[in-house]
Design a protein around this ligand. Structure first.
Ligand code: ACO
Length: 323
């Protein structure tokens, strides 16, 4: 049996910190409102000219270094993003060239905040089937590029960042299961109206920089769906709640994270939380949290990790793995 195993992790955050106090100067909000509703205290913002591909490159070089793998050994790059550098080529192709991994398969996955989890699920299948031995999986975003800084209901939530993992074929587990889901019927609750085929929407003010979200509705569906998915994931791996050492969730809202931890009967000390410092970095959030947990020494080899995300689409996805 072939498993894919995480050989190394890496992440990167842009330098500029935007605090809740900074946002108080832009919109009618307060640090108290943002922190109590979301858990967010600050987030990062990419510098002018700094792209998703730049963030992905730094995160990837750190993951390759941690894995002791050369870029030339990588046979597959899957990159989750909803904020690509340009429409095409894909950010994965731009990254591939910059890393010097030319020739291997490289493509983007757009699953909004579940982008990294989808990318991980896809890459895992390639490794398990024996098609590739080493894969680079990335989640990278510059969500602040599509924020309307006069809309208090969305601009306080998101930040920029990237994370990456190197997967390696192994006879030992590894990723035990990945679960990927979507329901496009929920498009209206969370979307960006800017189109290519649908038109660039010059008619809408700020159409080019808008995340449209009915936050409280998204919240309710997210909590219910993640609750269900946790059970499905444990079943698929033949595990129980007590077998999970760490929950590494998508970092959208501390209250959503707490609800999932409760479902898993896990104390918050066993949950990796970065939302306070990163905000919601969409596809970047799970691999950023994972890398932080690994580098801080919290997550140890041999432990069982439950990774999950929920986002626009709606999409939702999880992975249970032995680190
Ligand atoms: N500051 C102050 N007040 C605000 C702000 C703000 N930044 N934003 C909204 N409000 C107001 C609203 O206008 C509303 O006022 P009203 O009662 O007078 O109408 C009030 O606060 C309550 O608004 P709600 O939206 O009901 O607040 P809620 O408690 O639901 O929190 C939040 C909003 C934080 C967005 C929450 O619903 C949430 O986190 N939702 C889920 C987000 C998520 O998980 N998204 C998925 C991933 S994102 C992706 O895929 C790209």
């Amino acid at each position: 049996m072939i498993y894919s195993r995480i050989a190394g992790t890496g992440s990167y955050l842009p330098e500029q910190i935007v605090s809740n106090a900074d946002l108080e100067k832009l919109v009618d909000t307060t640090d108290e409102w943002i922190a109590s509703r979301t858990g967010i205290r600050e987030r990062r913002k990419a510098a002018e000219g700094e792209t998703t591909g730049d963030l992905a490159f730094h995160a990837s070089t750190r993951a390759l270094e941690a894995a002791g793998v050369a870029a030339s050994e990588i046979e597959l790059i899957v990159l989750g993003t909803t904020t690509p550098d340009i429409i095409f080529p894909s950010t994965a192709c731009l990254l591939q060239h910059r890393l010097g991994a030319n020739g291997c398969a490289a493509f983007d996955v757009n699953a909004a905040c579940s982008g990294f989890m989808y990318a991980l699920g896809v890459a895992d299948q390639f490794v398990r089937s024996g098609q590739v031995k080493k894969a680079l999986v990335v989640g990278a975003e510059t969500l602040t590029r599509m924020l309307d800084y006069s809309d208090r209901s969305t601009c306080v939530l998101f930040g920029d960042g990237a994370g990456a993992v190197v997967l390696e074929a192994s006879s030992e587990p590894g990723i035990l299961t990945t679960r990927l889901h979507a329901d496009g019927g929920y498009k209206h609750l969370l979307y960006n109206p800017v189109g290519v085929s649908a038109g660039f929407r010059h008619d809408e003010p700020n159409a080019g920089v808008r995340v449209m979200m009915t936050g409280n509705e998204v919240f309710k569906v997210a909590v219910k769906t993640l609750d269900r998915m946790v059970g499905e994931t444990l079943n698929a791996a033949g595990m129980a709640e007590k077998d999970v050492d760490w929950l590494i969730p998508h970092q959208a809202n501390l209250r959503i994270i707490e609800a999932t931890a409760k479902r898993l009967k896990l104390p918050m000390e066993r949950v990796i939380v970065t939302v306070d410092r990163h905000g919601n970095t969409s596809s970047g959030s799970v691999p950023l949290a994972l890398d932080e947990a690994v580098r801080s020494g919290k997550v140890q080899r041999g432990q069982n990790l439950l990774l999950e995300a929920f986002g626009g689409g709606f999409t939702w996805a999880s992975a249970l793995l032995r680190y």
